[in-house]
Design a binder for this molecule. Sequence first.
Ligand code: ADP
Ligand code: MG
Length: 255
Amino acid sequence: MEKILEVKNISKKYQSKEGEILALKNITFKVEKGEFVSIIGPSGCGKSTLLSIIAGLEDKTSGEIYIEGEKVEGISPKVGYMLQRDCLLEWRNILSNTMFGLDIKRNKNKETKAYVEELLKKYDLYDFKDKYPSELSGGMRQRAALIRTLAVKPKILLLDEAFSALDYQTRIMVTNDIYNILREEHITTIMVTHDISEAISMSDRVIVLNARPGSVKDIHKIEFNIENRNPLNCRESPKFSQYFNTLWKELGVDE
Ligand code: ADP
Ligand code: MG
């Protein structure tokens, strides 16, 4: 397998009024091309900080990030980022929203526009391209936000609690949809979540972080051996509850 991301000995200190906060300590792991990796850990353990550092949005105190063997210095154009808020612009219609990244990168041309339209068609949003975000369901909005992110062809997608604003039923369906899109498009994904079930049902590996300062506690390989694996059929597998119990215990110890 081909390695796409290398996180090497990352530490991060924040300065605050009370003094220095060590948020991350010696984080090291690698991600292979096409892999889906989740990061879980107690609230405040530095998950969002770690994603921001991988994206080059936040400075690190020490360590290095490599994407496709290139050191990340500053904001990385190879990374796509999705947050809990879908950040769609209410005054732009869906087509225009999904083209937004291309506008910013001044990369709107026949080819890139055709790619966005292809994604909209493939993932059932083309009929809604002239609608505004407020006219779409939460699930459709997330799908539109994903297409906007994929439009610029990131090498790695980062998801930070991207589904946690959705109600339970919607979240189950949306994570399934998004998972299928990411697999179909062969997108390498790193997802931060506090939802153990979400992590197990979507991931090839789950990285568990210790409470502050965040450090790697354990890395679990998740294997279901299900043909056409997806989050829904994983949730029904007997192995699911085994993984759940293991991770639940591991997270519980520190809380
Ligand atoms: P998580 O996403 O796991 O909940 P964060 O990465 O948001 O955790 O935060 C990790 C720690 O770093 C927390 O203790 C938080 O208070 C602190 N922190 C995050 N951002 C800043 C900042 N800009 N300045 C100071 N401290 C921060
Ligand atoms: Mg966070």
